[in-house]
Structure formats: C-alpha cells, structure tokens
Design a protein around this ligand. Sequence first.
Ligand SMILES: NC(=O)c1ccc[n+]([C@@H]2O[C@H](COP(=O)([O-])OP(=O)(O)OC[C@H]3O[C@@H](n4cnc5c(N)ncnc54)[C@H](OP(=O)(O)O)[C@@H]3O)[C@@H](O)[C@H]2O)c1
Ligand SMILES: [Zn+2]
Length: 346
Amino acid sequence: MQAVQFSEHGDTDVLEYGEFPDPDPAEDEVLVDVKAAALNHLDVWTRRGLPGINLEMPHIPGSDAAGVVTEVGDEVQRFEPGDHVAVSAGVSCGHCEFCRDGDPTLCVNYHILGEHVRGVHAEQAAVPADNLVPVPDHVDWQVAGSSSLVFQTAWRMLMTRAELQPGETVLVLGASGGVGHAALQIAKYAGAEVYATASSEEKLDYARELGADEVINYETDDFADEVSDITGKRGVDVVVDHVGAATWQQSLASLAKGGRVVTCGATTGPNPETDINRIFWNQLDVLGSTMGTPGEVDDVLELVWEGHMEPRVRDVLPMSEIDRAHEMLENREGFGKVVVVPDSEL
Ligand SMILES: NC(=O)c1ccc[n+]([C@@H]2O[C@H](COP(=O)([O-])OP(=O)(O)OC[C@H]3O[C@@H](n4cnc5c(N)ncnc54)[C@H](OP(=O)(O)O)[C@@H]3O)[C@@H](O)[C@H]2O)c1
Ligand SMILES: [Zn+2]
C-alpha cells in the first residue's frame, strides 16, 4: 500500500508518501480502507519528535481517518466488511486503576494512534476495533475523517471538565484551529454566549459564521481588555485555551471570579508565567483535559453525524502533498481541518 511515512524526525522534508507493507489485522483489529483522513497539530509534534517517545521507524503518522471495513480479526464482533467507520485514536489498557474506575483517558498506559504507535495516514490501516466508531452511510467521508479527535477533545474540555452550563459566557482562543472551531460550536450548542479570538479578520468572519457572539483579533488587541469591555469588567465563566504560553496570562485575566480555564495544549510553549495571586484571589479553577472517553466520543460524534455541528474543511490535499498539509498547520493558514485523501481515491 501507499502510506505517509518518515524515517527520522525533522522538518516537513522528512515526510514521504510511498510503498509500505500492507497491514495484517490482529485478532482484535479491523482492516480499514481509508477514504479520507485529517491532520491534527499532534502530527506536527510527532514529526518533529516528542521527548520520551521513541518511535519504530519508519513511522506512519495520523490520528484521524474514516473508511470502509474490508476485513475483521477473529475476535471482532462489532464490525463487518462494508461498514463505514471513523478512528478514535486514544488507546487505554483496560486494567489499570484508572481504567477500572471508568475513565480510560486517565489510563497510566494511555497512548494515541499516530503519536506513540503507527497511525492512519495511509491507504489502509489495521485499527483495534475498540478504536473505531460506526459512521452512518449518509455522512460525507471528509466529515467522518476529520471530526473525531478535535470534537472529542473539545467536548470533554467543555462538558465534562468545565461543566459548562447554558447561559454561561465562554471565551474560545484560536477559534480557527481544529480544537478551537469544535469548541466554539459545542459551546454554542450547549447554550453559552461565546466569544472567540483569532489572528485575522478572515478567520474572525468564519468564527462569526459558526456562531460566535463577539470576536476579538488577539494579534492586534489585548484580548483580556476586550473581554473586560464586552462583559462590563466581569470576565467570562470559562476560557478554552490550547495556545499555551502566548495566551496563558491573559486567559487567567479574562476570567470572572470563580471562573474556569480549561487547557488541552500548548502550541506556543508549555512554560508561561502564572500569576498565582490571581488564581487564589479570584478563586479560579485550572483544568487540564485530554481526548475523550468512548462515551464522550459517541455523544459528540452523534451530534456531528446528525449535522448539529461540523468540521470546517480548510483544504483537501492528496496524501502525496502531506508536506504542504503539515505546513498549513505550522503556518496558521486557514480555518478548520486539513483533510488528506489517498491519491488513489482522488
Ligand atoms: N490534549 C489533547 O487531547 C489535545 C487534543 C487536541 C489538540 N491538542 C493540542 O491543542 C493544540 C491545538 O491543536 P489543533 O489540532 O487544534 O491545532 P491547529 O488546528 O493547528 O490549530 C491551532 C490554532 O492555534 C492558533 N495559534 C496561535 N499561535 C499559534 C502558533 N504559533 N502556531 C500555530 N497555531 C497557533 C492558530 O489560530 P489563530 O491563527 O487564529 O491564532 C491555529 O489555528 C495543539 O497544541 C495540540 O497538540 C491537545
Ligand atoms: Zn489503563
């Protein structure tokens, strides 16, 4: 088969699309003929190399894909050839203390398809049946292949971790990104008043289209000041931050008394200064969040499949142009998800 792969970490020039041995599904795995896949910022981190993760080379990146089941392992009951499926990339061990307690995202052995083990940016992928969700036939491949990771992440951040309530105010940073644009839609769906930041007027227009009540260009304006103006000095109930060092101080400054900031990422760096006085005096909650449980994945993807929310597609590229796809994320180009499709499917 043809697969995106790299044999060493580095810039986009380490990426290749070429021959790779066909995957052979294990007893608990399903062979998927990939129709569409999508990038996440994680693919950039994985390509560059993450501390403590030693990959078997060549590595196939990619955590999001959807396609048709072509073969199932002997133990697999839930799927059969012809089924449409999407990948949900979080893998848990099932037997550690945290898995037994019912939250597999806290698993001590938690890992992610495409990050720690080979992923799905390829013509075919052998995926554990537990990491597949059924996709109704009417759902477009681009939607099916680009929703899972960012919608589950944003859903858990807002609904489970921040316990968002209707009528609350939410500030979503980097609303043009995958997680950001999912969080914006989820917050609106949950009945919140939503403010969004992005780095260009064009991106702010998209954010408005997705329902943002107020938008702030955080390249040109101090967003904490803007939030203060919009809310009459009160601040917002919840901030969704995945940008990290560049926004952290202002994220805390944007919160109302008793507010919650929920973070899932640190694209601009993981070690910002923190004003601890602000945290205790304003009695803020700092919440971390990663991926989603199978139940959370089912809940949010059902809403996507039913059309209540949807991934915006920045661009669709053949997998042979994977270097360009990575560049789009690194250069902050566009709004929503970058989809890649096996060249043979175009
Ligand atoms: N813990 C988890 O489970 C989890 C899950 C998903 C993602 N994440 C993390 O969350 C972050 C966002 O992921 P994503 O897939 O949504 O990424 P993405 O699609 O590339 O979006 C990132 C957004 O961040 C904004 N940004 C601000 N400064 C940036 C910079 N220096 N470089 C690039 N973008 C910048 C950009 O929006 P503007 O141009 O509008 O500023 C961009 O659209 C990543 O760090 C990722 O690793 C974590
Ligand atoms: Zn576990």
